[in-house]
Ligand binder design. Sequence first.
Ligand code: 5RP
Length: 219
Amino acid sequence: MKKDCGYAAAEEVKDGQILGLGTGSTTLYFIEKVGMRVRDEGIEVMGIPTSFQSSLLAREWNIPITSLDEHEIDLAVDGADEIDPDFNLIKGGGAAHTLEKIVDYSADELIIIADESKLVDTLGAFPLPVEIIPISLKPVTKALNDMGGEVAIRMGEKKDGPVITDNGNFILDVSFGRIENPIEMEEELNTIPGVVENGLFTQMVDKVIIGSKDGVKYL
Ligand code: 5RP
């Protein structure tokens, strides 16, 4: 299902476009298929990565890399951890949401790709990732508790201690229960000193491509 929607999104790419390259196990297939189109069809595109993962994949597939200093983005394609009926998202399961938000928000068009398990009625079952400056751990945790959030610092696997993001920061996974007001919450969280970026993405998605047991669906 991830491969189906990732490959379908790659078919939306037009020759000459500057692409925002999302992060995760679904966008991996998007990047792969864009790479195949570069190789087989000779399309000329450039990618702006949202993580070391997408940067390495782009290099592997000979997709030239550029930056926001040099180019504006025509189309960004990214994954999601939850998608609500208004196309509000929770992202950051791969700890890449800060760069993803910068890239996705500055793209002319944003397509989200996901398997059908990511569609929800209300956001919040997936704990909300919040990237923070390490020295702000205690005050940010207190502020998030005051907002009703239960906070867990994300710990590394095959690495002692916390996950360190591509930007050198910590990730807090915050359980708020059902998030009824994602637009307000996205703004409020970023007013806490020490918060770099939160994983709520609201009011920005143009299209969602879902991989399902019954095939690919365009929402
Ligand atoms: C990374 C992200 C990913 O896009 C999100 O976690 C979805 O990942 P996957 O496609 O592996 O399920 O936000 O920070």
